[in-house]
Structure formats: C-alpha cells, structure tokens
Design a protein around this ligand. Structure first.
Ligand code: ADP
Ligand code: MG
Length: 135
C-alpha cells in the first residue's frame, strides 16, 4: 500500500489512516532518509492520542521519548546496541502501548512480535512517498 504526501499535514493524516486501518498493530518501524517525514508521521500519532504535538521531536540525544500511549525511539545516532537500550526496547516490545521506531535497522532482527514497516522517501519539493510493506 502506497501513499503520496504533499505536505506535513498530509503525512500526519496518513498516520491517522494507517492507525485506523491497522487498529491491532502496536509496533511501527519507520524507515527512510533524513527529513523524509518520519517524525512528522509520529506527530500524527500524537494527534490521535491527544498528546501535545509540539512535544514530538526527534529524540536525537535521548533516543527515546516516552508518553503514556506510545514510546518513540530514534536510533539514528546509535552506533551499536547497548545493554540499557536493549533492555528498554525489550520492555517496550513486550509492553501494551504503541512502539514507534525511527531508524530501526539495528533492532529489526529482535522484533519477533507482529509489526508494520513503513518506508518514507523524498520525491522532490514537499512531495513524499509513504509505503507500507505488506507482510
Ligand atoms: P525525519 O524524521 O524523517 O528525519 P522530519 O519529519 O523530522 O523527518 O522532517 C521532515 C521535514 O520535511 C520537516 O521539516 C517538514 O516540514 C518537511 N516536509 C515537507 N513536506 C513534507 C511532507 N510531505 N511530509 C513530511 N514532512 C514534510
Ligand atoms: Mg526523525
């Protein structure tokens, strides 16, 4: 399944659509280059869960932003998995709230639980393609 986005607002709406289409899915892996719209997509989750969207930024230095309803990781700067991050991921993989991971390449092998993979790509200007990998 594939979407075209022409604005950050579109990208957030696509997040809402995917949440509606996959109400049981809890783990979301977001792939794609810098500025492709992954964090913007997470703002759609914030909208859905009524969390202040301004709080949603790339958790670049902390690796993790935690809200009651969802946990948001950005592993861009993570060179290798440390014990601490592994432990916190394990807890969230087995948890009840949504888990959303930007740059999930380092951890994807550990995710045995059901999940969705979403790929973001630049198409020039403000255009982005958002592709849900069909499993
Ligand atoms: P990532 O997390 O993938 O690095 P961000 O969501 O942080 O990307 O940044 C996307 C940037 O691109 C933002 O500055 C946003 O305003 C801009 N942008 C322009 N068009 C779009 C679009 N269609 N979807 C998402 N972001 C867009
Ligand atoms: Mg980001």
């Amino acid at each position: 399944m594939q979407f075209k986005s022409n604005s950050p607002e579109d990208t957030q709406k696509i997040a809402l659509q995917l949440l509606a289409l996959h109400p049981k899915n809890r783990i979301w892996l977001l792939y794609g280059d810098l500025a492709a719209g992954k964090t913007t997509f997470v703002k759609g989750f914030a909208q859905f869960f009524k969390v202040n969207q301004k709080e949603v930024k790339s958790p670049t230095f902390t690796l993790l932003n935690e809200y009651e309803e969802f946990k948001h990781y950005d592993l861009y700067r993570l060179g290798e998995l440390g014990a601490e991050i592994e432990e916190s991921l394990r807890e969230h993989i087995n948890g009840d709230s949504h888990l959303i991971v930007e740059w999930p390449e380092l951890i994807e092998e550990q995710i045995k639980a059901p999940h969705l993979k979403i790929y973001f790509s630049h198409k020039g200007g403000d255009e982005r393609e958002i592709r849900l990998l069909e499993l």
